[in-house]
Write a protein that binds this ligand. Sequence first.
Ligand code: ADP
Ligand code: MG
Length: 708
Amino acid sequence: MTRRRITSVDPPAVTGTARRPKPDDPVQYLRGVGPSRAALLARLGIETVRDLLWHLPRRHEDRRNPTPLAALREGMEQAAMARIERVQLVRTRRGMPLVRAGVVDATGVAYAVWFNQPYLAQTLTRGQQVSLYGRVERAGRALQFVAPEVEVLDDSEEPWHTGRLVPIYPTTEGLPQRSLRVLIRDALDLGAAAVPEILPEEVRSRHGLPALREALWAVHFPDQEADQVAARRRLAFEELLVLRLGMLQQRRALDATPRGAPYGPFGERVRRFLSSLPFDLTRAQRRVIAEITRDMQRPVPTNRLLQGDVGSGKTVVAAAALVACVEGDFQGALMAPTEILAEQHLLTLQRLLAPQGIPVHLLVGSADPAARAAALEALRSGAPVVVVGTHALLQERVVFNRLGLVIVDEQHRFGVMQRARLREKGSGPDVLVMTATPIPRTLTLTVYGDLDVSVLDEMPPGREPVATHVRPSSARARVYTYVHEQVSAGRQAFVVCPLIEESDVLQARSAVELARELAAGPLAGIRLEVVHGRLPASQRAAIMDAFRAGQIDVLVATTVIEVGVDVPNASLMVIENADRYGLAQLHQLRGRIGRGTVRSQCILIADPATDEGRGRLEIMAATTDGFRIAQEDLALRGPGEVLGVRQHGVAGLRVANLVTDLPLLEEANQAAETLLSRDPGLRDPALAALGDQVRRYLAHRASLASVG
Ligand code: ADP
Ligand code: MG
């Protein structure tokens, strides 16, 4: 494909190096890019020529069909082709240079004006045929284009900014669309040919994908809409194929690494533990426990993701796996994202495991020294014990002598690297990560692609779904009158204070103030306490214990209670300024109630200012299905927000869209499996470039992961 460059009306370019840039050269190799341009591009994440080629348009504007000048309409963006009759450079009353051109075609006359671009008075001359695109406004009796895109049409040049499907890019202040477009066109012209084609012909023809160079041109400057669609599909496919190949290879490598030492026989104690539980396990819990313990008997380490909505009962599954681990004469660790949750897990596990004769230790940042020393000593000795903790478990001085099983609770709160660091504390331990964020298949295949997945798709019996109501702040007084009545009748309630993202000090203060206000007013006479992240651990633990024991009626809290907290008797929750919270967070918070057999209620106080805000609250009121909420959240906020930017970065996707490209991901996944089943090392010469790309991807992924 030949494309000519240089459009005469673009500002004169700084002359750069003559050598053709390589894909990984810095953008400064392109003409017109000096240090300040480079800095602007860096803001868009563009550092190399390759980055520029992969900076895809947000959309294309259809500037193909010119409107005859006589048919121009005021107030619309329109395209026209006309001949220049006259060009004037004048000054506005404020002294700004203004270029004004009169243009004609067979049907009539119009004008075009540009502010602050005096050089146009030189480049545009009478008699030139031009293509215009822009907003048309009335000027006296005539119509004029205001600051339109303009291009001189001469036979030797193809228009880039007008008269075609024109790419519109995500850009940044100081870098106009037109400049970015010219840069990308130059990069295509000079650099695209040097980007290696990594998809073998066979794969391209099987999946109907255009060649790389063709795709790069068409994704930016398509002749028709369909070309752009095919091009984007090709680029997304390539990305997803590399990602799946990388993950499948990594998984194969893990499966080829045997466990340090196998577990001793286990099973008897697990059975005893399960029959000691005060409730019957759900079918889903039974199935998942079987999956996990079966995995543990294999000679290679387990890597499993346990996914189950809030309240589905993941903790006893974890406990069963820990019993198996200890029975097999190894040590087990459970890592939780907050101290409150770790402390609660300690209580739960002690209650469940003590009767089985299994010691459970706690390791958190604020643990008292004696308890910490005892925990560290037990781990170093190699005694088969269980330890529960926070990130504190990752510290260097925490040394496990016989780590067999690592469980990470609420995995979405941790980075990929933290999981890896805990794993490294043993020699090939089993890893089980648990999350209440229901993860759509796109994300399991991309972000959690090296894990097997188990799903708890059933709630313990007797649970009534939480009824959720949205109330404006003008109804606050009535809401708290209701809380007062309900609490007086024996229920327990959470009140969650507004979210203040920047600072946990402010957040704590807001909780304290809210508690004071409620205690002095609508909830006077109610046993009320406040809990937040700035409280000393012992005090916080005492308050949580008292709430659990029913000695406190209302707990005013910050998001410290967001994950894991389990107080089945609490059946009422009020969330202040609920529109400040993300959907996933509201779902987690609400998951603190509805754990007993009483019908629970959640009241969201909010005055959403936008339709989107109202929509989000409506979703919360309409469903308690975490999967639906996660899908909506993904669509509303995108995977970076939902997963945490770091985890999303690890997927490293520029083109593929995790919300809409599921079918393509499945297709790429199949292609990856087919390729690897024939050639596990991708050694065939036809696959060499692809194999290189996969290695680069894995290195990149590892470097991103280690940032955390
Ligand atoms: P999550 O999956 O959110 O971590 P938990 O493990 O905290 O859920 O369990 C929620 C509550 O359900 C706990 O009080 C737990 O004791 C209880 N529970 C778990 N499994 C069952 C079951 N099979 N039958 C009844 N209650 C159960
Ligand atoms: Mg939990």
